[in-house]
Design a protein. Structure first.
Length: 202
């Protein structure tokens, strides 16, 4: 996969040769990435994120290093314009919600308490969805994917272009709410609970 970056100059060409090492998690992350990067699984079932742009890669590493001691992310490694996220022992939020619907209120409470912590460390993820939030064996939340992130007032043009006229304190609540609203579209009771929970937080 690394050779793709050496062989192709045009970012569109990179994605003409799609890896077979993708699954539903990688599929959804690739869909959200808008052809700016590519996700696949390595031999240990961890998620690898390949970057088209070196500056984006450097930015994501910088965000990760800022977050590593703040109980937001798990261990990761990097090499030659890719980041390997340690996700092989973690479950995406989508699967947690799908398989534990009886405990949805408790999960949502814990989830938004986790997101609410971002304000204290001056961090905005910028692209939260149900496949880049994971839960570990201790039921702790962890994140991947920081191309759209901002911290301590620093961000990239991607963040500016997407959220220039948006209330920065509400970005992560809003993006996650849109995802959850679609997930619970046929569950009016949980939707009402979700809306009340958000109103209490914001």
């Amino acid at each position: 996969m690394i050779s793709y970056y050496k062989k192709y100059k045009d970012k569109d060409n990179i994605f003409k040769k799609i890896s077979t090492k993708t699954d539903i998690i990688c599929y959804h992350n690739n869909k959200k990435a808008q052809r700016l990067c590519f996700y696949e699984k390595d031999k240990n079932n961890n998620i690898e994120k390949y970057f088209v742009n070196e500056n984006m890669f450097n930015w994501e590493v910088k965000v990760y290093l800022y977050l590593i001691d703040k109980n937001i992310v798990s261990l990761a490694s990097s090499e030659k314009q890719k980041i390997i996220y340690s996700t092989n022992d973690k479950t995406p939020l989508f699967d947690i919600l799908k398989n534990d619907d009886k405990n949805s209120k408790n999960i949502l409470n814990n989830l938004f308490s986790f997101i609410n912590k971002f304000k204290k460390i001056d961090f905005i993820h910028g692209n939260l969805h149900l496949y880049n939030i994971f839960v570990d064996k201790e039921n702790m939340f962890t994140l991947i994917d920081f191309s759209y992130s901002s911290f301590k007032g620093k961000c990239t043009n991607l963040f500016h272009d997407k959220y220039d006229n948006f209330n920065k304190n509400l970005i992560d609540f809003y993006t996650l709410y849109i995802e959850l609203k679609e997930f619970y579209i046929n569950d009016n009771k949980t939707l009402l609970y979700l809306e009340n929970l958000l109103n209490d937080l914001i």
